[in-house]
Write a protein that binds this ligand. Structure first.
Ligand code: ADP
Length: 176
């Protein structure tokens, strides 16, 4: 049930390299709170990038279509999250929390974003089963050939499989 009648547009920014079941859990919860949710894939370089921003967007698009996620869309963005949020006329930023360690970092980030752009961040806590899932962990386990089928959506799993067949599983090193 919605708390108010105001139309609320949220952005869910992150690296999503790759999107995990933990992210999807946050998205499902966000869909209950907001009218529109834009998944915003950051283009800024990350350590040990596995998929390009374009590939990440493509995989998320597949999931949105497969699961018929109404009101959800995906885009990539460059630069500051708050600038992107302002450009999209977003009311809030959505972020997920797994642990107290997340809280410390997210608190700082949310405070900064509010101070510089006046935008609020809304946090949702993930299901306990995804409390340990991170894209970093996925990239590491994938590079070692571990079974990730419970932690990532099927299409992401298939993309990873394809990549390992081509012998490209080791994440590409990026500077920074
Ligand atoms: P970033 O690189 O900005 O941390 P991520 O793609 O790793 O981006 O994550 C985006 C958001 O999703 C962050 O708010 C992060 O805390 C959250 N998140 C990631 N994995 C999970 C998970 N398993 N459960 C809940 N939230 C998660």
């Amino acid at each position: 049930m919605r708390m108010s009648t105001k139309f609320v547009r949220a952005i869910f920014p992150g690296s999503f390299d790759p999107i995990t079941n933990g992210h999807l859990d946050v998205i499902d919860r966000g869909m209950k709170l907001f009218d529109e949710l834009i998944i915003a894939v950051g283009k800024s370089p990350i350590k040990n990038q596995l998929f390009t921003p374009e590939e990440r967007v493509k995989m998320i698009k597949e999931i949105i279509q497969q699961r018929k996620m109404a009101g959800v869309s995906v885009e990539s963005f460059d630069g500051l999250t708050v600038e992107y949020a302002t450009k999209k006329k977003a009311d809030v930023i959505l972020r997920g929390l797994r642990s107290l360690t997340d809280v410390q970092y997210e608190f700082q980030l949310a405070m900064t974003n509010r101070a510089v752009a006046g935008i609020e961040t809304i946090f949702v806590m993930t299901s306990e089963q995804y409390g340990f899932t991170s894209s970093t962990l996925i990239r590491e386990v994938a590079s070692l050939g571990g079974d990730l089928s419970n932690l990532i959506p099927e299409n992401v799993y298939n993309h990873l499989q394809k990549r390992s067949k081509k012998g490209e599983m080791t994440p590409r090193k990026t500077r920074g």
